[in-house]
Design a protein around this ligand. Structure first.
Ligand code: ADE
Length: 228
């Protein structure tokens, strides 16, 4: 999978995309993430400006259509993209099924939103999918792009050591994951549930499933009736 990210703040993406599992997936050539500075596509050679005052006189600057069109066209001339994503608080709410679907894409473009917005014609004519990572407003779409990359790249087979562990994540069956414990079996009198120490695998599996169902009912009951 290849993900091209277009942003005015490439520095913001450096560390989240180059650590841990995302770094390992790239080192293993399972994923390639390329960050592009939108200013490289500015028509203003001297100042590399990519924004301008909004028509109609509201406050703040708006990202112009031309640099974005130039950036996306340059990428599209190299390969075919499954989606051109725009990160914005008014996009479709991101969730696990969406991450699962995107993890099967070959090539993705993510255009990071900007706090005052982008010329709406970009959204109408160049973007194929708009994603929000939650009902709150970030200063830009970079952190949202990092969240999307993290959640989809970890699903690529081979990206995490134990493939089973992506399947047993919270949300994969519309259920939260069961609790996990490790040694010592007792600490300050706080004991690990006996069943986990019993060695009886069928009982352990039953208990883990019961815990998942109980935690979902108690903490996120909406997952049980949602068509996620
Ligand atoms: N940009 C600003 N806030 C955002 C959000 N909640 N989701 C995606 N992109 C954003």
């Amino acid at each position: 999978m290849r993900i091209d990210i277009i942003t005015v703040l490439p520095e913001l993406l450096e560390s989240p995309l180059n650590c841990s599992i995302l770094k390992r997936a790239q080192d293993k050539n399972l994923a390639e993430i390329v960050v592009h500075n939108l200013r490289d596509y500015s028509t203003d050679v001297r100042h590399r400006r990519v924004d301008d005052y909004p028509f109609g006189g509201s406050a703040g600057m708006v990202i112009q259509i031309e640099p974005v069109d130039r950036a996306i066209s340059a990428l599209k001339s190299e390969r075919k993209y499954d989606e051109v994503i725009y990160t914005s608080p008014d996009g479709e709410m991101f969730n696990q099924p969406m991450a699962n679907g995107l993890s099967m894409a070959e090539n993705l473009i993510i255009l990071c939103g900007h706090y005052k917005g982008i010329d709406y014609r970009i959204r109408e004519h160049l973007i194929t999918k708009e994603i929000s990572i939650g009902d709150y407003v970030l200063t830009g779409g970079e952190l949202a792009a990092a969240v999307i990359c993290d959640s989809i790249i970890r699903l690529i087979p081979g990206a995490i050591g134990d493939e089973q562990s992506a399947l047993s994540d919270s949300f994969q069956d519309n259920l939260l994951a069961p609790p996990v414990y490790t040694r010592p079996a007792e600490y300050k009198g706080w004991r690990v549930p006996d069943v986990l120490l019993s060695g009886h695998q069928r009982k352990i599996d039953e208990w883990l499933h019961e815990q998942s169902v109980e935690r979902t009912k108690r903490l996120r009951p909406n997952l049980l009736d949602d068509d996620m």
